[in-house]
Write a protein that binds this ligand. Structure first.
Ligand SMILES: [Zn+2]
Ligand SMILES: [Zn+2]
Length: 386
């Protein structure tokens, strides 16, 4: 089934304000909340769908990309190999509940930011923090995709205690207060009425275990910081400001799952080519004789040179479009073009002989602009300013 448009999911049209997006999501979240529709798969799907739509449309960066590329812009990362991103079947319930704090205000922001749901979702899984790194990519990297090796300092499971935090197996015991789940239930008033909420067990800080003797290697943390080289595949077609998520390569946490590594793409400017989305622009400067007589020139493309024929009588300001010589799109649907902006070079210092040639030429009537050439030149600037 085709993925529904995010605006449609929220019952909005494109151009809806941040406030309208928030209101629409809030309404749907209440309507389809799993605690209000126990066991209703369809409601759960609707709930998830709305959460995913909100996640994208409430984030200015994601929204801009979605507005521009649609779902393709979001999915690109999923298929990129090794990226968690958005492609892999939307958001988990965990993600959704952690988002609630921002929408429904303080009450859900603390503790777990979640809803107990009568315990049917079981204990909450602790998640290590995400790490962020920047990666510089050249135009060539953008064109071909690239594998980057990134040095990352991250917390990993302590090998000495196997992540338990205890010196030996006798120094780790199940927490008596929460029975090992790491959470305690309490009833609270919310916009949905009285609800059972879970919060972190105060006795074990959500760990589920208590330690009598701490591991000497990690001081009971269960994790130690290490430097790791992580190989990240950057798909072709990425752009400045996009971020890729590498699942499980963030920080580890005791008795929990590893966070993610978020890789922020930074584009290095190219010496010759200017990027305009998937098109490339080359501002070319040619000599007067070349534009007059025509000839073949070499134009720099991303990682090669392209031979281009310049017709005799080519006017400066003309733009040649070299189809498919631009950058690939992130979703793999075709390439952009290479646009060659033609400019003319007028020499400033001429030898006596050269000046004589131009003097001779200036006597020829053919050198004077025709009426139609003047008109089309004028029209071009009119278009530019209108
Ligand atoms: Zn340890
Ligand atoms: Zn506990």
């Amino acid at each position: 089934m085709a993925k529904r448009d995010y605006y449609e999911v929220l019952g909005l049209s494109k151009g809806a304000s941040a406030d309208e997006i928030k209101k629409a999501y809030r309404k749907l979240a209440i309507q389809y909340h799993p605690d209000k529709n126990p066991g209703d798969k369809e409601a759960e799907e609707k709930f998830k769908e709305a959460a995913e739509a909100y996640d994208v449309l409430s984030d200015p960066q994601k929204k801009e990309r979605y507005d521009r590329y649609g779902h393709a812009g979001m999915d690109g990362f999923g298929g990129g190999g090794g990226f968690g991103g958005f492609g892999g079947g939307g958001m988990s319930m965990e993600d959704i509940f952690s988002q609630f704090g921002n929408i429904f205000g303080g009450h859900f922001g603390g503790d777990f930011g979640g809803f107990g749901g009568g315990g049917n979702r079981g204990a909450r899984v602790r998640k290590g923090s995400d790490l962020r790194v920047r990666v510089k990519v050249s135009l060539k990297d953008v064109a071909n995709g690239v594998e980057k090796k990134l040095k990352v300092k991250r917390y990993v499971k302590c090998a000495s205690c196997n992540g338990t935090g205890g010196e030996d197996k006798d120094s780790v015991a199940q927490c008596k207060q929460c029975g090992g789940s790491g959470v305690v239930n309490r009833v609270t008033q919310s916009i949905f009425g009285a609800m059972q909420m879970q919060s972190e067990c105060p006795a074990c800080q959500g760990q589920g275990t208590t330690i009598t003797k701490k591991c000497s290697h990690c001081n009971g943390m269960g994790v130690v910081q290490e430097e790791e080289v992580i190989s990240v595949k950057i798909p072709a077609g990425v752009a400045e400001g996009m971020s890729l998520s590498v699942k499980g390569k963030g920080n580890a946490v005791r008795n929990g799952v590893d966070g993610n590594l978020l890789v922020l793409v930074e584009e290095e400017p190219d010496n010759d080519l200017i990027r305009d989305e998937n098109d490339l622009i080359y501002n070319a400067l040619f000599s007067v004789p070349l534009l007059v007589n025509g000839g073949t020139v070499e134009i720099p493309a991303v990682d090669s040179k392209v031979k281009v024929k310049i017709d005799a009588g080519t006017q400066p300001g003309k733009v040649l479009r070299l189809k498919g010589k631009g950058l690939p799109s992130l979703n793999g649907y075709g390439n952009g073009d290479l646009l060659v902006n033609i400019g003319v070079y007028i020499p400033e210092n001429l030898s006596k002989d050269e000046r004589k040639v131009f003097d001779e030429l200036s006597k020829s009537e053919n050198m004077q602009p025709t009426e139609s050439a003047k008109k089309s030149f004028l029209a071009r600037f009119k278009n530019m300013f209108s």
